[in-house]
Design a protein around this ligand. Structure first.
Ligand code: SAH
Length: 221
């Protein structure tokens, strides 16, 4: 792992670009200036790490566009020591941003290969996330309830399990729609247990797929 002055300069520029695109949450911008995105890229793609674009990672998945990561993080408004459940670890980049902001992060990934890679990288970087290989549709009930839940894949509907695992007063950020596009939904569970839903713009994510992969033979890619 090598984080050079060139990388740091490119990150500064990326963050300036995110500000211009309307990201105002200082904690988010600070974390994104600190975390080396190039560590999370598939080999051969490192030189593109500071372009504001999504890129392929293995298993046909993507590392989300920096703007999307910033936008979701800004909506989630993470605070130190908050318990946050993330569904869709993928490369682990969004996980690192939440950890950098001081949250206690629980993250679930349905591909064993991606789970293993994110686990070794985040540990090597000195972070201590709680990572799980499993079906995020079911959340992670053992550690519930969570202050906040972030879903980084497009869901066809809001899973009841995630609502159940949210604290009263807690926040769920989840893209909801079909393969053509999703609405970024921000859902607050009130102290009476009712839900306040707001729609915050259109995005396109890879789909949230029920179940975890069980095809272990293909894990070596
Ligand atoms: N935040 C990640 C986004 C990765 S894309 C990043 O920037 O790298 C979304 C991820 O959600 C993919 O890795 C995909 O495998 C995962 N995913 C899809 N359905 C899932 C499910 N039911 N449970 C857990 N993870 C899921």
């Amino acid at each position: 792992m090598n984080d050079s002055y060139k990388h740091k300069g490119q990150r500064k520029k990326l963050v300036e670009g995110l500000r211009k695109k309307g990201i105002t949450h200082e904690g988010t911008l600070e974390a994104m200036e600190k975390v080396p995105r190039h560590y999370f890229m598939e080999s051969g793609f490192e030189q593109f790490a500071y372009k504001d674009q999504a890129f392929p990672i293995s298993k046909g998945q993507t590392i989300s566009q920096p703007y999307t990561v910033a936008y979701q993080t800004q909506l989630l408004d993470p605070h130190k020591h908050e318990k946050i459940l993330e569904i869709g670890t993928g490369s682990g980049y969004q996980t690192a941003i939440l950890l950098e902001m001081g949250a206690k992060v629980y993250s679930v990934e349905r591909y064993r290969d991606l789970y293993l890679r994110a686990k070794s990288l985040l540990n090597e970087m000195g972070y201590q996330p709680y990572l799980f290989y499993g079906d995020g549709y079911k959340g992670q009930p053992i550690y519930a309830p969570y202050d906040k839940i972030l879903v980084t894949a497009g869901a066809s509907e809001i899973p009841d399990e995630l609502i159940d695992q949210l604290k009263e007063g807690g926040l769920l950020v989840i893209p909801v729609g079909d393969s053509m596009g999703q609405q970024m939904m921000v859902i607050r569970k009130t102290s009476e247990g009712t839900l306040e839903k707001n729609s915050r713009g259109s995005f396109i994510f890879v789909p949230l797929i029920p179940g975890k992969d069980s095809n272990q033979q293909n894990d070596a890619s």
